[in-house]
Ligand binder design. Structure first.
Ligand code: NAP
Ligand code: G4F
Length: 394
């Protein structure tokens, strides 16, 4: 046990006393008599650690929530109001809030609504915040550029401002910012933490802005903030308009005779694809370090969209060339040709390595979507009407 020598300085909001020997400089807002630091212990006392996740209903948010609940965290999530249910990915962990001991709480909010974010911080009192909320579709960001900037760039700034005030009010908190390999855009592979960003879409430019806001708040206000620069990561929960899921859903439905063709854009683009469950663990690991930093998270392998098609179709015994048609609506005005990450820093400092290989990833997605197509076939054969989900703009 070390006792921190730092004194709260209300004039500058955050003041780090020189010569303090303990590891508490990232909790500088605590008064001397309040701080008892011990290893990774929780500076907010003995209660369970609390995490707040923006974007909890998304692919990563849902895996991260499960991961944190399994580690004893109390998890809070920001959910947008929608006219349809948008919490499907949380079904496995959702519990009625009227029950005793429920450790998952959902709060209505939006990354474009600063007042609601501040209220959520006050209610949830998090020790860790994971900012995953985003309009995350690159092609859509060309159609909705202003909204993408508002959610991805200014949304992050709103949250950082709220976090800054939250710490001034005496709370200790660490923040993870969801950065993206899209920020590298046209930069030559392999890309690592020292590669210069060259964004190629409104989405990527907004993520670059968010990245630098986060670095600036870390330096200006001594906040514990980590930027994760994650390369593409996929899963059976991946949104159905991203290329990997579009392929596994489409080919599985073709296999079952539920659709005839699959319309795609550029098949030559190469991506470094990993498994989302592995990647959320890296997010958490970043926030458990003694110092904040920025980390690339990637497999180090790159494959083209047609490689993905080859593998997925081979699991299904299909020749995809008979079914895949090109549709220019899925092309981007400026494309990112090749992403391939060098995650040496994450390996060395976090001890993070991806567990699921590319062939395993494709297989698990195909198997999942074959099961979905099977369910659809059974219902159709039994005379039920099954609606095609989001058919037109995929
Ligand atoms: P996702 O499945 O598209 O999830 C995005 C989440 O953000 C959803 O929960 C969505 O809510 C929420 N959201 C969107 N707009 C919002 C707003 N205005 N206010 C509050 N919440 C909002 O994305 P993901 O794949 O899980 O990715 C998570 C984060 O990592 C994103 O920031 C993404 O840009 C970034 N990232 C992803 C990858 C990847 O390969 N998956 C790689 C690098 C970085 P709804 O469910 O209501 O739509
Ligand atoms: O699956 P995608 O839409 O993913 P993209 O653009 O790489 O972005 C994803 O990964 C980023 C990390 O690098 C995240 F930050 C971002 O939020 C998102 O999760 O497209 C992958 C590639 C592209 O080159 C695209 O042009 O697939 C190509 N593609 C070919 N046909 C297609 C299609 N992409 C989509 N979505 N739909 C197609 O029909």
């Amino acid at each position: 046990m070390t006792t921190c020598l730092i004194l709260w300085n209300s004039a500058t909001s955050v003041e780090i006393a020189a010569g303090c020997g303990c590891k508490c400089k990232w909790w500088p807002w605590r008064r001397k008599d309040e701080i008892r630091m011990s290893g990774q212990g929780n500076p907010n006392g003995n209660r369970s650690r609390r995490a707040l996740i923006t974007g909890i209903t998304g692919q990563d948010g849902s895996f991260l929530a499960e991961f944190l609940l399994a580690r004893g965290y109390e998890v809070h999530g920001v959910v947008r109001r929608a006219s349809t249910f948008n919490t499907e990915r949380l079904d496995a962990i959702y519990a009625d809030p009227h029950n005793q001991g429920v450790r998952l709480s959902l709060h209505y909010g939006d990354i474009t609504d600063g007042a609601a974010l501040r209220r959520t911080l006050d209610r949830a009192q998090p020790d860790e915040i994971y900012n995953l909320a985003a309009q995350s579709h690159v092609r859509v960001s060309f159609d909705q550029a202003e909204y993408t900037a508002d959610a991805v760039a200014t949304g992050t700034l709103r949250l950082l401002e709220a976090v800054r005030d939250y710490t001034v009010a005496g709370h200790a908190v660490r923040l993870y910012q969801a950065g993206s390999s899209e920020m590298y855009g046209a930069a030559r592979p392999p890309q690592d933490e020292n590669t210069t960003f060259y964004p190629r879409s409104p989405y990527a430019a907004s993520k670059v802005a968010a990245h630098w806001y986060a670095v600036n708040y870390r330096e200006a206000y001594k906040l514990f903030i980590c930027n994760g620069i994650l390369f593409n990561h996929e899963s059976e929960r991946r949104g159905e308009t991203f290329v990997t899921r579009k392929i596994t859903r489409g080919l599985a439905r073709i296999k079952m005779g539920l659709q005839e063709n699959l319309y795609l854009g550029n098949l030559n683009a190469k991506r470094d694809w990993g498994y989302a469950k592995d990647y959320v663990e890296a997010m958490w690991m970043m926030l458990q370090q003694t110092e904040p930093g920025d980390f690339v998270v990637a497999t180090g392998e790159s494959h083209s969209v047609s490689d993905f098609l080859d593998l997925a179709a081979s699991y299904l015994g299909l020749d995809w060339k008979k079914y895949v048609k090109e549709d220019p609506r899925y092309l981007r005005p400026t494309e990112v040709d090749c992403l391939c990450g060098d995650a040496a820093k994450a390996r060395a400092k976090l001890g993070w390595v991806p567990k699921v290989t590319f062939p395993q990833l494709v297989k698990l997605m195909v198997e999942h979507d074959l099961e979905l197509a099977g369910q659809e076939t059974t219902l159709t054969k039994a005379g039920h009407q099954v609606a095609q989900r989001g058919a037109s703009q995929r």
